[in-house]
Design a protein around this ligand. Structure first.
Ligand code: BGC
Length: 367
């Protein structure tokens, strides 16, 4: 299994500081020299290469990029990697975008470490490369990273898990299981490290016990972010470590799709539901939270993330340096990629109405 890039436990703290610090925008030169020699045509082709539709956020992103880029006057080429054979698929999609003369290529990587050749091709052809939501590793040619602060996502998940268990059962120790995302997605390690930044001290102190003893990311990863893989592992865990009436108090799930698979498994086994975390604010999970089943999710509003990315594209078009607010946290193994990080929000039943007040799709579910 490929190694998760060590994003460093310090990343969250640094990112937090960076979010509150002044952003380093260098396009406000009063002389008016904004580097417009570096710009490109206002109707240029912009490529967007997205991974397979492993969660709702990717489906939303595709539509938002297609419409948003067109509205901004660009030509948009938005592609998804196929559900199987995704790496080769995405590699050839990016190469085709370069050949067609795209001026910016936005990439939500299927496999963080498998795109350096294509990203280099883009660079040599004069295109800028923006890593979207997932960092691209082992490449010096990634220009920018735009994402929610994914280490913070993990920390919020870890905190929610502890809080949810305490609400249900005031006194520990608590027995939990850990799940992580797909090992080819750089985010999986970042989420997991963020969560462990919160949970490890509780585990070390004996307040929290991992029932199966599986605490290594290699043991808890979910290949392809697939629901069936998480469900199968949960079935196995329940049959192995939770017989004889042993209670499972909580499950760290990295996203909503896997959370619902875990809940399905527990229900199938006829066991009481543990506290289960999530991420993405998927419709079915928001319903589950309101029904008191899934405990938490994360709001990483895709509309804001796409808007921020399109703003970067517009800046590049005008020959300006796009705004970033973090130049320390996201090292891709070759360089620290200048990033624009947005703050994720934890959502439980308690704050759902407030958190989704401006989301016409989710807000009615919280009434
Ligand atoms: C995204 C998550 C998503 C997961 C699976 C991650 O890279 O950040 O929001 O749940 O991919 O699609």
């Amino acid at each position: 299994m490929r190694k998760f890039l060590a994003k460093g436990v310090a990343v969250g703290a640094v990112a937090l500081l960076a979010l509150t610090a002044c952003s380093s925008r260098s396009d406000s030169d009063s002389s008016g020299s904004t580097g417009s020699d570096k710009g490109f045509a206002a109707d240029a082709l912009i490529g967007v290469a997205l991974p397979a539709k492993t969660s709702e956020n990717w489906v939303l992103a595709g539509d938002l990029f297609t419409n948003g880029l067109k509205e901004a006057g660009f030509q948009a080429d938005v592609q998804y990697a196929a559900a199987s054979g995704t790496v080769a698929d995405q590699q050839s999609q990016i190469s085709a975008m370069v050949t067609k003369g795209a001026k910016v290529i936005v990439i939500g990587a299927t496999d963080a470490a498998q795109l350096s050749t294509q990203v280099e091709q883009a660079k040599q052809a004069g295109a800028a490369v923006i890593a979207y939501d997932r960092l691209i590793t082992n490449s010096k040619d990634v220009d920018y990273y735009v994402a929610y602060d994914n280490f913070k996502v993990g920390q919020l998940q870890g905190e929610a898990l502890l809080k949810g268990m305490k609400e249900k059962k005031p006194n520990g120790p608590y027995t939990i299981e850990l799940f992580a995302g797909s090992s080819d997605d750089n985010n999986s390690g970042v989420f997991f490290n963020g969560a462990m930044d919160v949970l490890k001290k509780e585990i070390d102190a004996g307040n929290v016990i991992v029932g199966s003893g599986q605490t290594d990311i290699k043991q808890v990863a979910t290949d392809g972010w697939k629901a069936e893989n998480a469900q199968r592992r949960m079935d196995t865990l329940l049959n192995g470590s939770y017989t004889n009436g042993k209670t499972l108090d909580g499950v760290l799930s990295p996203n909503d799709t896997l959370a619902r698979a875990i809940i399905t498994s527990v229900k199938g086994a006829g066991k009481p539901l543990p506290v289960v975390t999530g991420q993405d604010s998927e419709v079915e999970s928001v319903k589950s939270i309101m029904a008191g089943e899934q405990y938490s999710t994360i709001n990483k509003d895709t509309r804001t993330l796409v808007k921020q990315t399109i703003q970067m594209v517009k800046d590049l078009q005008g020959g300006k340096e796009p705004e970033v607010n973090d130049t320390k946290s996201y090292n891709n193994g070759v360089k620290v990629v200048p990033s624009f990080l947005l703050p994720p929000v934890i959502v439980t039943k308690t704050n759902a109405a407030e958190a989704y007040a401006n989301d016409p799709k989710l807000s009615p579910l919280t009434k």
